[in-house]
Write a protein that binds this ligand. Structure first.
Ligand SMILES: *Cc1c(COP(=O)(O)O)cnc(C)c1O
Length: 474
C-alpha cells in the first residue's frame, strides 16, 4: 500500500471514530455504568478514544487500526481503566505470607470484638472528651492512660498516632533546644524516612553521640553529660542485631545516671512486647525487650507501637512517670498528634482484652502462639483442597514464619507451608496473579514456588484462599 492510500485510509478511519457521546450510547459502555460513576466513565471513554486517535495519526498501521476500531479495542481500554480504578482501592486481602506484623498489609488485625466497638464508634457520638458528671470538657485518652498504667505497672500514659510520633513528642517535649545523648550503636533507621539523627533534628534537640557502633559503656554517657543535657535516650535496635564483641549500658544504669544528674531518661522499645501477668509470656521472641521490665528498670518514659505486639490499631504509646507524662501532655505537638475517636476506642478495647485476661485472644499474640501441629493440620487441609484444582502442583513442607515490622529480626517460628507450582506460570507470575486476583492473596515466593503459610490466616481466609485459586484456574 502506498503512502498516499495509507494517509487516505487514516483520514477515513479518524472520521469513523465515534464521538464521546456516541461511544457512551454503545450497549457495552452502558453496561459499565453499574461499576463506575458516570463522570469517571466519560473521562475513561474520552481517554481511550483520544489514545486511539493519537495512534491513528502517528504510526499505527491502518489495517491494525481498522481491526482495533472494528473490534473496539478502545472498549478494552475503558474496561482496563475501570479495573485499575477498582484495584486502587485499599482492599481486604488474605495474608498468607506468615509475616504476622506485615507493615505493607496493615500490621495488626484487631480482635473481632474490638473491630465491632470501632465500627460502633465510627457511626455514633461518644463520650470522647466530655465528663459525664459535670458535662464539662474532659480528656480524650484518660481511660487509655489508666488502662496502660495498670497493664504496665507505671504512673501514667498517653497515646498518639504512632510510635514515630511518640518518639518525636518525647524528644521535643523533654529536650527541645537542649541536648540528647544516644549511643552510636543505636542510631537506627526504621522503615525508610525514620532515621534517629533526622528525627532529633526535626524535634529540635541536639544529638550527642557516644560510644562506638559495637560498644558503649555507661561511662561514655557520663562523660558526655553537660548542663545542656536534657535527655538520655535508648533506642531498641528492632530491625537488626549487633553481635560479637559488643557492650551496651543497661537500662537500669542509664536510669540511675539520669536520676543522679536530674536528667530525664527515655527508652524507645518499638514493638511493645508485654508479658502481662494474665497472659502467656511471648518466650518465642527471645531477647525482644518487655515493656514492663523496661519500666521496672527505673527509666522515666518508654514509647512503643500500638499496632505491633500489643495487637491494637495504629498508635504510639508513651508510658512512665506522672510528672513526665504531664509535661508531654502539655506540648502543642501532643494536640497535633492525638488519636481519632475510632482508633482511641480500638486501643481502649484492646487494652481491656489484655486487662481482663483475654490478651492471648488478641490476633497478633494468637498467631505468634499457634502450635506447630495446628499449622501443619491447616496446611494439609488446604493442600488437600488445592490438589483438586487442575494446573497446580501442590505439596506441604516445614518452614519458618517471622514476626515482621522489624520486631525480633532473628526469630524464626516453626511452621508448615503449602508449596505450589503452576503448570505454566512461574512463581513470580503466579504470586502476581494472586495479588491481582479476587480476593487478593499475598504469599511468599521461594525456590520458584509460591508458599502459603497458615500462621497469618484469619477466620474465613481458608475459603477466601480457595476461592482465589479457583478463580485463577477458571
Ligand atoms: C517500629 C518502631 C518505630 C516506629 O513505630 P511506628 O509505630 O511504626 O511509627 C520506632 N522505633 C522503634 C524502635 C520501632 O521498632
Amino acid at each position: 500500500m502506498s503512502e498516499r492510500t495509507n494517509d487516505a485510509s487514516r483520514r477515513e478511519l479518524l472520521r469513523s471514530l465515534p464521538s464521546v457521546d456516541e461511544a457512551l450510547q454503545r450497549p457495552e459502555v452502558r453496561g459499565f455504568a453499574a461499576s463506575v460513576e458516570p463522570q469517571l466513565l466519560v473521562e475513561f471513554v474520552r481517554h481511550a478514544l483520544e489514545a486511539l486517535r493519537r495512534r491513528l495519526k502517528s504510526d499505527m498501521d491502518p489495517a491494525a487500526a481498522r481491526a482495533a476500531l472494528d473490534g473496539s479495542a478502545w472498549l478494552a481500554d475503558v474496561e482496563r481503566a475501570i479495573a485499575e480504578e477498582h484495584r486502587a482501592r485499599t482492599a481486604r486481602v488474605v495474608n498468607a505470607t506468615g509475616v504476622v506484623l506485615h507493615t505493607g498489609l496493615g500490621r495488626a488485625p484487631v480482635h473481632p470484638d474490638v473491630a465491632a466497638r470501632m465500627a460502633e464508634a465510627a457511626r455514633s457520638y461518644l463520650t470522647l472528651e466530655i465528663d459525664r458528671e459535670s458535662g464539662e470538657r474532659g480528656q480524650r485518652d484518660a481511660r487509655v492512660g489508666v488502662l496502660v498504667a495498670r497493664l504496665l505497672g507505671c504512673d501514667a500514659a498517653i497515646a498518639v498516632n504512632n510510635n514515630a510520633a511518640a518518639v518525636v513528642l518525647a524528644l521535643s517535649g523533654l529536650a527541645r533546644g537542649k541536648e540528647t545523648i544516644l549511643s552510636r550503636g543505636e542510631l537506627v533507621e526504621i522503615g525508610g524516612a525514620f532515621r534517629m539523627p533526622d528525627v532529633m533534628a526535626a524535634a529540635g534537640t541536639k544529638l550527642v553521640e557516644v560510644g562506638t557502633t559495637n560498644r558503649t559503656r555507661i561511662a561514655d554517657y557520663r562523660a558526655a553529660l553537660s548542663p545542656a543535657t536534657a535527655l538520655l535516650l535508648k533506642v531498641h535496635t528492632s530491625n537488626y542485631r549487633v553481635r560479637g564483641f559488643t557492650e551496651e549500658a543497661s537500662l537500669a544504669e542509664l536510669a540511675a545516671l539520669g536520676r543522679e544528674f536530674g536528667v530525664a531518661t527515655c527508652f524507645d522499645v518499638g514493638s511493645g512486647r508485654i508479658d502481662a501477668p494474665l497472659a502467656e509470656p511471648l518466650g518465642m521472641l527471645g531477647d525482644e525487650p518487655d515493656v514492663r521490665a523496661a519500666l521496672a528498670s527505673g527509666v522515666d518514659v518508654v514509647t512503643f507501637s500500638g499496632d505491633k505486639l500489643l495487637g491494637a490499631p495504629q498508635a504510639g504509646i508513651l508510658a512512665g512517670r506522672a510528672g513526665i507524662i504531664a509535661r508531654l501532655r502539655k506540648s502543642p505537638l501532643y494536640r497535633a498528634m492525638r488519636l481519632d475517636k475510632v482508633t482511641l476506642v480500638g486501643l481502649e478495647a484492646t487494652l481491656e482484652l489484655h486487662a481482663s485476661g483475654r490478651g492471648d485472644d488478641v490476633p497478633t499474640r494468637a498467631m505468634l502462639r499457634t502450635a506447630p501441629g495446628e499449622l501443619a493440620r491447616t496446611a494439609e487441609r488446604l493442600a488437600g483442597i488445592l490438589r483438586g484444582l487442575p494446573e497446580f502442583a501442590v505439596d506441604v513442607r516445614a518452614s519458618t514464619s517471622q514476626t515482621g515490622s522489624g520486631s525480633a529480626p532473628d526469630v524464626f517460628l516453626p511452621t508448615t507451608v503449602v508449596r505450589i507450582r503452576h503448570a505454566r506460570l512461574g512463581a513470580a507470575a503466579l504470586a502476581r496473579a494472586l495479588r491481582l486476583g479476587e480476593p487478593p492473596v499475598f504469599a511468599r515466593v521461594e525456590d520458584d514456588c509460591v508458599l502459603l503459610d497458615p500462621r497469618t490466616l484469619l477466620a474465613g481466609d481458608d475459603e477466601r484462599l480457595v476461592a482465589a485459586f479457583r478463580a485463577l484456574g477458571a
